[in-house]
Design a protein around this ligand. Structure first.
Ligand SMILES: [Zn+2]
Length: 252
């Protein structure tokens, strides 16, 4: 695939604070994850990498010249699929084994990917029934408090377990920006996977409420500010946003 073709499969949006949001055009909007790019002076940070069906690395290097760190907020197929293309891969050590040996079960493909998930045949041989992500164990495991230094911007890793055991967020203190992965987004919040923990998820939500958050760039759907975050967090803690609760907010 040429770079021009690659540009056709990714949608790009410039947000404030120099942040770029990238989406996979042909993935069902309900399921597709946000890919975040933060260009830095010495290196750039890519947060999540989509399903891995299209050449992401060459597309990103067409946007930023500096070396790219590819951080996976967690191991699920829609977030870690493209990480295999990058030499520097950051993720939480508790999901390293899954990323080393991904299967349709352990990265949740069987639960979510169907015939309509991807609107075109992404590449020769892609079939919804056999698709799996490629192995992408972390080259640099990261955990709570670890610093990611882009030269002119400093981010910290926060461990946000619950949705999955190794879910992590990326936090910039002076702007109050949090890249939350699937710890929070404005939709139904999943805490019923084989490796989810509703108790840990609640603890994570309470912790985030205490953080001085200004803007959240989530794993899915649009970004939001603190007031909306508080509504979502309170909804979740009241049992109104998880799949097991009849009062769930539902799919968005
Ligand atoms: Zn997930």
């Amino acid at each position: 695939m040429t770079d021009e073709q690659a540009q056709g499969v990714f949608l790009l949006e410039h947000l404030s604070d120099g942040i770029i949001r990238i989406l996979e055009r042909h993935v069902d909007p309900w399921l597709r994850a946000n890919i975040w790019l933060i260009p830095g002076r010495d290196r750039s940070l890519l947060i999540d990498s989509g399903m891995g069906l299209w050449p992401l690395q060459s597309y990103i290097q067409g946007l930023v010249e500096k070396p790219v760190l590819c951080l996976s907020t967690h191991c699920h197929y829609d977030h870690a699929g493209g990480a295999y293309e990058f030499n520097e891969r950051l993720s939480h050590p508790s999901e390293a084994e899954i990323l080393k040996h991904p299967s349709r079960e352990n990265v949740l493909i069987n639960r979510f990917v169907g015939a309509d998930t991807v609107k075109i045949l992404a590449e020769d041989g892609y079939r919804a029934e056999t698709y799996c992500i490629r192995p992408c164990p972390p080259s640099r495991p990261v955990d709570e408090g670890d610093v990611i230094d882009l030269g002119d911007r400093l981010f910290r890793v926060v461990h946000l377990p619950g949705h999955s055991p190794g879910s992590i967020g990326v936090w910039e203190e002076h702007t109050g920006i949090l890249f939350s992965g699937d710890a929070v987004y404005d939709g139904e919040l999943y805490d019923d996977y084989y490796h989810s923990s509703p108790e840990a998820y609640q603890e994570t939500m309470r912790r985030m409420i205490e953080m001085p958050l200004d803007t959240i760039h989530p794993g899915h759907y649009a970004s939001f500010g603190r007031p909306r975050f508080k509504d979502i967090a309170e909804d979740y803690l009241a049992g109104r946003r998880s799949p097991t609760c009849p009062a769930s907010a539902g799919k968005s």
